[in-house]
Write a protein that binds this ligand. Structure first.
Ligand SMILES: Nc1ncnc2c1ncn2[C@@H]1O[C@H](COP(=O)(O)OP(=O)(O)OP(=O)(O)O)[C@@H](O)[C@H]1O
Length: 250
């Protein structure tokens, strides 16, 4: 078993009187893809934001490779943790290449930055084709790719992805998931928030289902996919439908 890299214990986060996370415990092993799934308002984004210091935590601990995670977002990046927020955020007035350069702000050497950009173009060939275009002129899927690529330019060891497939067409969603698989194979650990629970279960080594701010159920992606009760309770689907063999579609 690989070492546990990220350990979250007894995490509680509130917004005023609204409790968003209650005694949440999460572990992510080095090299894994771990997904956080759950209904709207379950606390998924709050969880990612609390790891990167974007929301203050009331109680609990977050450690990465045995060290407390800094509560300041810019310091968290230096610990090797990078968050790609929801919403395909890019600098719309900058070109694709300029967006990538901004992501490389931790790297001083021009030659190294150029080499990293070339690596991104191998992973995201469509970005190479559009490298001189302003981000505003990209499609939704291309903007999502650019947001992820910009995050990778900070050389993360742990990449936090918040709903990378949100609002994308099904074929584009598949290519985003393929990209996440490639990122994982390159040795980067991935913590993913995803509304598309079935795809997340198929992709992930391990999944946590949040419900009303608590971890309600957890298990390997394969175990959750094989559990009809889980599929019915959380997705309103049986196993056949979840596997894409929905008899009602014929
Ligand atoms: N800035 C905020 N101020 C007040 N309440 C908030 C704030 N952000 C989130 N909440 C509340 O905290 C709870 C958890 O929200 P969060 O955004 O983490 O859920 P989520 O699972 O990511 O939802 P979604 O899938 O809809 O993005 C919800 O009840 C939400 O209304």
């Amino acid at each position: 078993m690989k070492p546990v890299a990220l350990v979250i214990k007894d995490l509680c986060v509130s917004y005023g009187k609204t409790a968003a996370l209650l005694d949440v415990g999460i572990e992510v092993q080095d090299g894994q893809i771990v997904s956080i799934i759950g209904a709207n308002g379950a606390g998924k984004t709050t969880l990612l934001n609390s790891i990167t210091g974007c929301v203050p935590i009331q109680r609990g601990t977050i450690t990465y490779n045995g060290e407390a995670v800094c509560s300041k977002p810019h310091k968290v990046v230096r610990q090797g943790i990078v968050q790609v927020p929801e919403g395909r955020r890019t600098f719309s007035g900058l070109t694709v290449e300029e967006n990538l350069m901004v992501g490389a702000y931790l790297t001083k050497s021009r030659g190294e930055v150029a080499g990293m950009i070339e690596e991104m173009y191998v992973l995201f060939p469509r970005l190479k084709e559009r490298r001189k275009q302003h981000a505003a002129t990209l499609s939704g899927g291309e903007q999502q790719m650019l947001a992820i690529a910009r995050g990778l330019m900070s050389k993360p060891k742990l990449l936090l992805l918040d709903e990378p497939s949100l609002g994308l067409a099904p074929l584009v969603v598949d290519s985003v998931f393929d990209t996440i698989r490639s990122i994982s194979r390159s040795g980067i650990t991935v913590l993913l928030i995803e509304q598309n629970a079935i795809k997340a279960m198929k992709l992930s080594d391990y999944c946590y289902v949040l419900k009303n701010g608590r971890v309600d159920i957890q298990g390997t992606g394969a175990a959750l996919l094989a559990n009809d009760q889980v599929l019915q309770a959380y997705l309103g689907k049986n196993r056949m439908e979840a596997e894409g063999n929905d008899p009602t579609e014929n």
